[in-house]
Ligand binder design. Structure first.
Ligand code: PEP
Ligand code: MG
Length: 324
């Protein structure tokens, strides 16, 4: 399938109306990195670090992790990589950690909540990331930030790790960006100061949608019940876009929906300019973006809303048929 899109692989994604959209890939293992060249991705928009922890039968050590992250940066060859700190709990349980018996793991003690309450592993991981950079740029992203204070506390851990590495005489990253995943609706309503302070925001659409519609992403009975192009969900994303625009905060979208061409053009229409997806989706998404006239799509979305439609999908499908 990659061959089908080979002719556009090295072209930037520019819409028919001249808007540039950054296309990045999601990764989690060294083995994913060769896809950077194969897919034409501009970098890794989401590196899920928990996979390195899940494939081992004991807790990895700091130096081992630092080497792994350094190899990821080497393989990226100067393209940006966004490392997401450990997102465990919920569906991802480490075999060597005491299991917690929770009635609703997705709403439970997971991701940054674990990182802040028991900071040993988070600190070790931050040190490993800073060492892996070894003077190169580093980008770190925290999962599942649900209130501003959690971002501040996580960022304070980064500052502490930097000070420690400096004391130890290690080379510091050339640049360091610290971002937050926006995965709970609460953060669309966070104080504007959050958007001022955070270096970038990435919408984790899988979780954001799960919590917006209160529909378990793992439950076959309900996971497809609500359309991502539901006008209410698009309104939530628009709100996030607007709040990032006010403070000039870079925003991307990295859930599975970013890799679906129709969803991707709608996100672009409402102002998202960076998408991160599985490598095989980059070709199809770029191909449709290159045909998309965003002002026309915005009108289609506004009209569907005006008519009170639940989802803009039927209207977008009509547009697609006409464009063919
Ligand atoms: C998401 O929630 O959209 C996301 C990208 O993170 P994960 O799928 O790993 O929860
Ligand atoms: Mg998530």
């Amino acid at each position: 399938a990659q061959e089908r899109y080979a002719s556009i692989r090295d072209k930037p994604a520019v819409t028919a109306c001249g808007e540039r959209v950054g296309l990045f890939m999601n990764a989690g293992l060294m083995a994913d990195l060769p896809s950077l060249a194969g897919s034409g991705a501009e970098g890794v928009g989401l590196f899920r670090t928990e996979l390195q922890f899940l494939i081992r039968n004991k807790m990895p050590q700091r130096e081992e992790l630092a080497q792994t992250y350094a190899r990821v940066l080497d393989a990226a060859g100067g393209k940006p990589v966004v490392f997401r700190t450990l997102d465990i709990g919920s569906d991802k349980v480490l075999p060597y950690m005491k299991p917690t018996d929770e009635p609703n793991p997705a709403l439970g003690w997971r991701a940054i909540r674990v990182g802040l309450d028991k900071p040993g592993v988070l600190r070790m991981q931050l040190q490993a990331l800073i060492r892996a950079a070894n003077g190169r740029p580093m980008t770190i992203m925290f999962p599942f930030i649900a209130q501003f204070e959690e971002y501040r506390a996580a960022r304070a851990e980064v500052d502490k790790a930097i000070a420690r590495e400096e004391r130890l005489g290690h080379l510091l990253p050339e640049t360091l960006k610290v971002g937050a995943m926006l995965e709970t609706p609460s953060m669309a309503f966070a104080p504007q100061k959050f958007f001022d302070e955070v270096d970038f925001v990435s919408i984790g659409g899988n979780d954001l949608k799960q919590f917006f519609f209160a529909a378990d992403r793992e439950n076959e009975r309900v996971r497809r019940r609500y359309d991502t192009l539901n006008t209410s969900f698009l309104s939530l994303i628009e709100r996030i876009v607007e709040r990032c625009q006010i403070s000039g905060t870079p925003l991307s979208f990295c859930g599975e929906d970013a890799g679906r061409p129709i969803e991707a053009v709608c996100f672009a229409a409402i102002g998202i300019r960076s998408l991160s997806m599985r490598p095989a989706s980059i070709g199809p998404v770029k191909s449709l973006l290159m045909r998309a006239d965003l002002p026309a799509l915005r009108r289609i979305i506004a009209d569907a809303r005006h008519r009170g439609e639940q989802s803009v999908r039927p209207a977008i499908m009509d547009w697609l048929r006409q464009a063919d």
